[in-house]
Design a protein around this ligand. Structure first.
Ligand code: ATP
Ligand code: MG
Length: 231
């Protein structure tokens, strides 16, 4: 199908349960608008529904027609494969494959190898890559150069950037990062989200601070949503 017009991501009166047997819905009466160009910190206790909401937005689970829209188009009217190009999820753990950094970013798609360098630049990672033994051609994985957890996340960001999605959902890793990597990740995150819709399942205070809005979930319900007050 045609790509959805660039626009907001809207959730309307959504109630979702994992099967009939579930005692209570994982999401209940959720209505939210994620506006283009803004970033949202999604917070809440464990089990509050954050990951479930992320799954809904990528159609990893089924929801009724008329509950989720991208640029005015019902998500159910979009091809799932295409949808996942427009709405990208940065996973909590990044798998590094045996191959060069460029191949890891392009996921071995030859059409995307050129874009790998551009993605690195757009994320402000040029200096980091220049410091690697062979730049973009540095071998990773089995027997190759070893990346830290934070650097693996940077690779995940670049993977997302080469596909130029409209929406980026980042389920943040809980692991502590060293200060240098933390700063690289924060900067790259800001660049990755620029002009897009960003949703960060935030486990770090620093990520919450750099978001425009905060959404708080509790027991599957939105209990707070609005601009982040920076005072
Ligand atoms: P965490 O901070 O621990 O990642 P979360 O906010 O992401 O938590 P969810 O994973 O969305 O929470 O879970 C919301 C509710 O849905 C919980 O009650 C959980 O037990 C339930 N749930 C999650 N995944 C499934 C599943 N695959 N099958 C059944 N119930 C599930
Ligand atoms: Mg979760």
């Amino acid at each position: 199908g045609l790509p959805p017009a660039p626009g907001d991501l809207v959730v309307r009166d959504l109630t979702f349960r994992y099967g009939e047997a579930a005692r209570r819905p994982a999401l209940q009466d959720v209505s939210l608008t994620f506006a283009r160009g803004r970033s949202y910190a999604l917070v809440g206790r464990t089990g509050s529904g954050k990951s479930t909401l992320a799954k809904v937005l990528t159609r990893a689970v089924d929801v009724p027609r008329g509950t989720v829209f991208l640029g005015g188009t019902d998500l159910l009217d979009l091809d799932v494969e295409e949808l996942r190009k427009w709405i990208a999820v940065v996973p909590q753990r990044t798998e590094i494959l045996a191959g060069t950094l460029a191949e890891n970013i392009a996921l071995f798609d030859p059409d995307l190898l050129d874009a790998a360098g551009r993605a690195v630049d757009e994320l402000g990672l040029g200096p980091w890559v220049a410091d690697l033994p062979d730049g973009l051609e540095t071998k990773l994985g089995e027997g190759g150069h070893v990346l830290s957890a934070g650097q693996e996340q940077l690779v995940a960001f670049a993977r997302i950037m080469v596909r130029d999605p409209q929406v980026v959902i980042l389920d943040e890793a809980t692991a502590r990062l060293d200060p240098v990597t933390e700063q690289q990740v924060q900067r790259a995150t800001a660049r990755m989200l620029h002009g897009r819709i960003g949703i960060i399942v935030a486990h770090r205070l620093s990520s919450v601070r750099q978001c425009d809005e905060v959404v708080v979930l509790a027991d599957g319900r939105v209990v707070e949503a609005g601009p982040l007050e920076t005072s």
